[in-house]
Design a binder for this molecule. Structure first.
Ligand SMILES: C[S@@+](CC[C@H](N)C(=O)[O-])C[C@H]1O[C@@H](n2cnc3c(N)ncnc32)[C@H](O)[C@@H]1O
Length: 187
C-alpha cells in the first residue's frame, strides 16, 4: 500500500474516528454538542459582564459547559484581573481548551473536567452558559443560586425558568439569539 494511503488509513482509524465517536458519545449523553456561541453573542455576553463588573466587585466568571474554550479564553484575555473558570465534561473540547490555555499562559483561567451541577459557586460570581431548555430548568431547580451568593447569570439563547431577566440583548446573528441577564438576589 502506498505510504500516503497508509497514512490516511491510520489517521482515520486512530485519530479522526475516535475523536468523532467521543464527541458524538458526549453529545448524546449530555444533550448538547460543544458548539461555540457566535461572535456576536460573545460580544453581548461581554457587554453584560462589563455592565455588572462594579456590582460583582470583579468576582469570578464561571462558564457552565465551556466547550472548546472559545468564550473562556476570550474572557480570560479580556479580564486578566478576574478569575475565570470553565466546567466541561466532553473530553476532546476540554483537552483542546486546556492545551490552548497552557500555550497562551492564561494563569487566571482554570478548566475543570467536571459536571457543572457539582460546581463550587463562589460568592459574587457571574455564571455564563449556552445550553438548552432542560439544562436551564435543572440549573433553576438544582443549583443553589441564591444561597451561594451568585450575583448574575448570563445565558445565551435560553431563558432561566422562574426568573425575570433584568436585561435582554437581541443579537443580530444567524440564530437571532436573545442573551439574557439575570440578577440573583442573596437570600
Ligand atoms: C453549546 S456548548 C457552549 C460552549 C461555550 N460555553 C460557548 O458559549 O461557546 C455547551 C457545552 O456544555 C457542555 N456540558 C453540558 N452539560 C454539562 C455538564 N453537566 N457539565 C459540564 N459540561 C456540560 C457540553 O459538553 C458542551 O460542550
Amino acid at each position: 500500500m502506498p505510504i500516503f494511503e497508509l497514512f490516511l488509513l491510520l489517521f482515520f482509524a486512530f485519530i479522526a474516528l475516535p475523536m468523532t465517536v467521543s464527541i458524538i458519545f458526549s453529545t448524546v449523553k449530555l444533550g448538547i454538542s460543544p458548539m461555540p456561541s457566535s461572535n456576536k453573542a460573545n460580544h453581548a455576553m461581554m457587554q453584560l459582564i462589563d455592565e455588572t463588573e462594579i456590582e460583582t466587585k470583579a468576582g469570578p466568571i464561571i462558564d457552565l459547559g465551556s466547550g472548546w474554550g472559545n468564550f473562556v479564553i476570550a474572557i480570560a484575555k479580556r479580564y486578566p484581573h478576574r478569575k475565570i473558570v470553565g466546567y466541561e465534561l466532553s473530553y476532546l473540547p476540554w483537552l483542546t481548551s486546556s492545551l490552548v490555555k497552557k500555550l497562551l499562559g492564561l494563569k487566571n483561567l482554570t478548566l475543570h473536567r467536571q459536571d457543572f451541577y457539582q460546581a463550587e459557586l463562589p460568592s459574587s460570581s457571574v455564571l455564563v452558559c449556552y445550553l438548552f431548555p432542560q439544562a436551564m430548568e435543572k440549573i433553576s431547580n438544582k443549583l443553589p443560586l441564591e444561597l451561594s451568593g451568585v450575583s448574575f447569570v448570563i445565558s445565551n439563547n435560553f431563558a432561566l425558568p422562574g426568573w425575570q431577566a433584568s436585561k435582554i440583548i437581541q443579537v443580530n446573528d444567524f440564530y437571532k439569539s436573545p442573551v439574557y441577564l439575570y440578577k440573583i438576589s442573596k437570600r
